[in-house]
Design a protein around this ligand. Structure first.
Ligand SMILES: C[S@@+](CC[C@H](N)C(=O)[O-])C[C@H]1O[C@@H](n2cnc3c(N)ncnc32)[C@H](O)[C@@H]1O
Length: 383
């Protein structure tokens, strides 16, 4: 069925949003104020998804995307507008999630911008198909889109893609593979998943980290110092106690940055390799008051790690109800919560507020320009 609608705003997921009567319509790749004609491709009782056939009235903020396959590969959702507008859309996205899900009214600070808007990603995950072509696959589809480069990847990653596609010997290395990961570091060194267990040293915010081809590391090196600097300022502003507990610590980037400001720091991370690499990095960075432990972070209470200052930086799904209960029980005086998903962040802070906490500060960081993704940081404290 076809429909003509005007986009009211852009919401979580980078989706244009419109409401007609009691029904909500989500329209990818549209901007506030635009009048579009499109077809409904998924229709439910309370909401529907619409694919644009024609933009009848364009937003003055609409620009020509840099990437020729924007809209097809599933990677970027906001390249159709300038960076300033992207930042304002992302701030609105956080505000909308907070008021709809957390049901609180609190001002959200302006988004902290990334120094680089293109060529910022230090990690690319690609599909290999038709023997040895490289591409992206739009979520929910099975046909990869071939690429020769990607404008949001760091240049060394694009050079490596070109080598795989144009040099026979390199092309043979990816023949028959299904997935290909390429990473670049601060000195443009490259590792890729044609070599198992490869690793390099990454340097960010003055600290060294061991990064494996297949373990988590923040993807946008250019914004990390600003993000860590803000977390440090918040921690020092609210600082209580001599110890810091860093839950979901990864390779320990937050713990190690904050280590000089505490007597001791404990990081809890479920991935053994990240814990091993985190503990090795402590030697590289000459930090001797910090320790990383392999465990499920939601067990921190039963493991006896009860601290007044807690950092939480979980995956997109947010924190479990078990962890919410443990936090409410162990009563840390201040929790700095950094999340890459405003919806689960809003859900979790709602539960913490119901458990007696207040929230004081919410700010987004644009770690992922041109995409629907962002990082949001909040301070949750006991009065
Ligand atoms: C968003 S990353 C953040 C890592 C780190 N704070 C950083 O900035 O590099 C989330 C981390 O949580 C870890 N993780 C996922 N589930 C976990 C759990 N139940 N307990 C502890 N760590 C977990 C993942 O392995 C990943 O390293």
């Amino acid at each position: 069925m076809d429909i003509k609608i005007r986009i009211e705003k852009v919401v979580s997921g980078g989706l244009g949003f419109s409401r007609i009567d009691e029904k909500v319509y989500f329209v990818p790749f549209t901007l506030p104020g635009e009048l579009i004609f499109g077809e409904i491709y998924e229709d439910k009782k309370e909401y529907a998804f619409v694919r644009v056939k024609e933009i009848i009235e364009k937003s003055e903020k609409r620009i020509t995307p840099v990437c020729p396959i924007f809209g097809y590969c599933g990677g970027c959702q906001l390249q159709m507008t300038d960076y300033k507008t992207q930042l304002s859309i992302k701030k609105d996205m956080i505000e909308e999630s907070i008021s709809r899900i957390a049901k609180i009214d609190i001002p959200v600070m302006d988004i902290v911008e990334s120094d680089k808007v293109f060529n910022y990603r230090n990690k690319g995950s690609f599909q290999v198909f038709n023997g040895s072509k490289i591409g992206y696959c739009e979520p929910g589809t099975t046909d990869p889109f071939p690429i020769e480069s990607c404008p949001i990847m760091e240049e060394p990653i694009n050079r490596r893609i070109k080598e795989f596609l144009t040099i026979e010997e390199e092309n043979k290395k990816i023949e028959g593979m299904k997935a290909l990961v390429i990473r670049s570091n601060f000195e443009s060194k490259i590792i890729d998943s044609t070599i198992k267990k490869d690793w390099f040293i990454e340097n960010v915010a003055g600290l060294n980290f061991i990064v494996d081809i297949d373990t988590f590391f923040q993807v946008n090196r250019t914004i990390i110092p600003k993000w860590l600097g803000h977390i440090k300022d918040l921690v020092l502003n609210y600082k209580v106690g001599k110890g810091l507990l860093d839950l979901y610590s990864g390779v320990g980037i937050i713990s190690q940055y904050l280590a000089p400001y505490f007597d001791h720091v404990i990081g809890i991370e479920i991935n053994k390799t990240l814990v091993k690499n985190g503990n090795k990095a402590l030697e590289l960075n000459k930090i001797n008051n910090t320790k990383f432990i392999t465990a499920d972070a939601s067990r921190f209470y039963s493991l006896g790690f009860i601290y007044d200052t807690v950092i939480i930086n979980p995956p997109r799904k947010g924190i479990s109800y078990k962890m919410i209960k443990s936090l409410i029980q162990s009563k840390p005086k201040v929790i700095i919560y950094s999340s890459c998903n405003p919806d689960t962040f809003a859900r979790d802070i709602r539960q913490l507020i119901a458990g007696g906490y207040s929230i004081d500060y919410i700010q987004g960081f644009d770690m992922f320009p041109n995409t629907k993704h962002l990082e949001v940081v909040g301070v949750i404290y006991l009065k």
